[in-house]
Design a protein around this ligand. Structure first.
Ligand code: CO
Length: 212
């Protein structure tokens, strides 16, 4: 069967399997959503958010773009963060990158990539912030892996620059922000164990917006 048509067959089978397990599955879901997680990940087709986290529909609010960027002027990601934090009251915000990220690789080459230039510029800026460390890594593949990790770290820092995040964090010590990297070769998630309290302390003088 043509893959396009197969999708609708798959969908019917998925509905049947959910109802077989819980007859009210969809009715319960339709009422409300209360996800604990906001997941910000790469649009890469090989990194499906719910699946790698083993979470069901309703359990994770998802935003994906090329190279999991949190850009200050991107109304899309900023709206997602605001809605997740203020209205859904998520407990955790995860920025999940992945080794082998095409967006990160493209940004490592000094080359005109047309419409992608302004987007990839954000990753080039991450490189510039960490140029000493990155240029000190002689093996190109290792440097690439490290830039993937540092990009996740910088996007987590971009998350804590958002006013609504700071205001809720000072009031409730939530949400907590986590940086993860997914490995395409073995399917495993790695927690970078970022110390976000320390990162916030480092930038507070310049970026604090929580209005005491
Ligand atoms: Co990617």
């Amino acid at each position: 069967m043509e893959l396009y048509k197969q999708v609708f067959e798959n969908n019917k089978r998925w509905v049947e399997s959910k109802i077989a397990h819980d007859a009210d599955f969809f009715e319960k879901l339709a009422k409300d959503q209360r996800p604990d997680f906001l997941y910000i990940g790469c649009a890469d087709s090989r990194v499906p958010a719910n699946e790698i986290m083993g979470l069901e529909p309703g359990e994770v609010f998802v935003h994906r773009n090329i190279a999991n960027l949190v850009v200050n002027t991107d109304l899309n990601v900023q709206s997602v963060i605001h809605y997740a934090v203020v209205h859904l009251q998520v407990k955790h915000i995860v920025v999940c990158g992945h080794y082998g990220c095409g967006g990160v690789k493209a940004a490592m080459q000094p080359k005109d990539l047309g419409l992608l230039n302004p987007w990839l510029r954000n990753i080039r800026d991450v490189y510039r912030l960490h140029q000493n460390e990155l240029d000190g890594i002689s093996k190109l593949d290792d440097r690439y892996d490290r830039l993937v990790e540092l990009n996740v770290q910088e996007q987590c820092i971009n998350v804590v620059k958002v006013a609504s995040i700071q205001q809720r964090y000072y009031a409730e010590r939530l949400p907590t922000v986590h940086g993860w990297v997914y490995d395409l070769h073995n399917g495993l998630l790695k927690d970078l164990n970022l110390d976000m309290e320390q990162e916030v302390a480092k930038i507070a003088k310049i970026y604090d917006l929580h209005d005491v």
